[in-house]
Design a protein around this ligand. Structure first.
Ligand code: MRU
Length: 363
């Protein structure tokens, strides 16, 4: 995607340096950050300098590569993998990328591992771009069908940020919107602000602004009302982990939107690449680990004052206990379909294995 006319990926090599966009500074400052070693990569993921399931996976892959420059022994692979795996628990793309890196590295002689790790991380990044672009193509068909039937702009509601900032490029939930918009399909996006960290208000709105896509930021609690009043044609969200049975784990608040969509007979889609599917799980509500984040994300807000300074203010009555679960699980029965790089399927084991027959369990 372009910023001020210049194409960017969210993570790239600048010479020997791994460079990322610092998402904690958006939308008010566009700053790049250099990741020099394993610890830098782990801190960037933990503190959400980079975030979004696919980008977390790619950053972890580059983190492994950086670690191999220091220590490419078996113990080094083990240590790097454990350090990165401990950064955030919910997005399965992290585990997926680490397992792929470790298995490639273990097959190579120690002296070749650092170079090989950078090549493999670059492949994971390139594959992510291709997958997201394909998700965009498949999802855009849904949008253009609705636009044709309706004869006017398609109103999409999305939650959190599942755009290019959450991936390497294009995004998952936003990719169909970009592809449709670029093809001339009229699209308007309702952007949930996504408390507590405001990924919608800060990041999705930033992306849509930069790309010229018409959109409106709404308070998290407004979506149900808009759906009741016919202002939403469909919802598209991303996912941090989707089970083999089609349960979709995504940013906290997604489940409530799916309930409201179902009550109002509005299609509710999740868009995700294969690296987000956890084939080992079938009951998402029971089995997906939900990250509990710092209470300060709920008690405080950071933004920019009218004078242009960054400021953090408290918004919760001092002393009140606070809980901050970062994700929830939308059961498959509330999901109309899953948009993947291989096409659109039912949110079910049968649907997913139709697209990924290699994952079909032996009877
Ligand atoms: O806590 P975050 O900002 O990493 O959460 C991100 C989300 O929930 C996204 O919707 C999800 O990772 C899909 S990104 C394509």
């Amino acid at each position: 995607m372009k910023i001020d006319g210049r194409p960017y990926r969210t993570i790239f090599l600048d010479g020997d340096d791994v460079t990322v966009i610092d998402q904690t500074r958006l939308p008010f400052a566009f700053e790049l950050k250099r990741l020099a070693n394993l610890d830098d990569a782990a801190v960037a993921i933990r503190t959400m300098v980079v975030r979004g399931a696919p980008l977390i996976g790619v950053t972890a892959a580059y983190g492994m590569a950086l670690a191999m420059r220091q220590d490419a022994s078996e113990a080094g692979i083990e240590r790097a993998s454990a350090t990165l795996a401990a950064t955030r628990p919910t997005a399965i793309n992290l585990r997926w990328a680490l397992d792929r890196m470790a298995s490639v590295l273990r097959r190579a002689p120690e002296a070749a591992r650092a170079a090989l790790a950078f090549t493999e991380a670059a492949s994971i990044a390139d594959e992510d771009v291709a997958s997201c672009r394909a998700i965009g193509e498949h999802g855009a068909k849904i949008l253009s069908e609705i636009a044709a039937k309706k004869g006017g702009p398609v109103n999409v509601l999305t939650h959190c940020n599942a755009g290019w900032l959450a991936t390497v490029d294009w995004g998952t939930a936003l990719a169909p919107i970009y592809v449709a918009h670029d093809a001339g399909v009229p699209v308007h996006v309702f952007v949930d602000e996504t408390r507590p960290r405001n990924q919608g208000a800060a990041l999705t709105a930033f992306e849509l602004n930069a790309h010229g896509v018409p959109h409106t930021v709404i308070a998290d609690n407004a979506g149900g009302h808009l759906m009741q009043h016919g202002q939403v044609d469909l919802c598209i969200v991303g996912s941090d982990r989707t089970t083999a049975s089609g349960d979709v784990c995504n940013k906290i608040g997604t489940y409530l939107k799916a309930l409201a969509a179902t009550d109002n007979r509005i299609p509710f889609y999740a868009a995700l690449p294969f690296s987000t599917i956890d084939w080992t799980l079938s009951d998402g509500v029971r089995d997906i680990p939900i990250e509990e984040r710092d209470a300060r994300e709920v008690t405080h807000l950071t933004g920019r004052t009218d004078e242009g300074a960054f400021a953090t203010i408290a918004v919760v009555s001092p002393g009140s206990p606070v809980a901050n679960p970062a994700f929830d699980v939308t059961p498959a029965r509330l999901v109309t379909g899953i948009i993947t790089e291989r096409g659109v399927c039912d949110a079910s084991e049968a649907g997913l294995t139709r697209l990924y027959p290699e994952r079909r369990r032996a009877a």
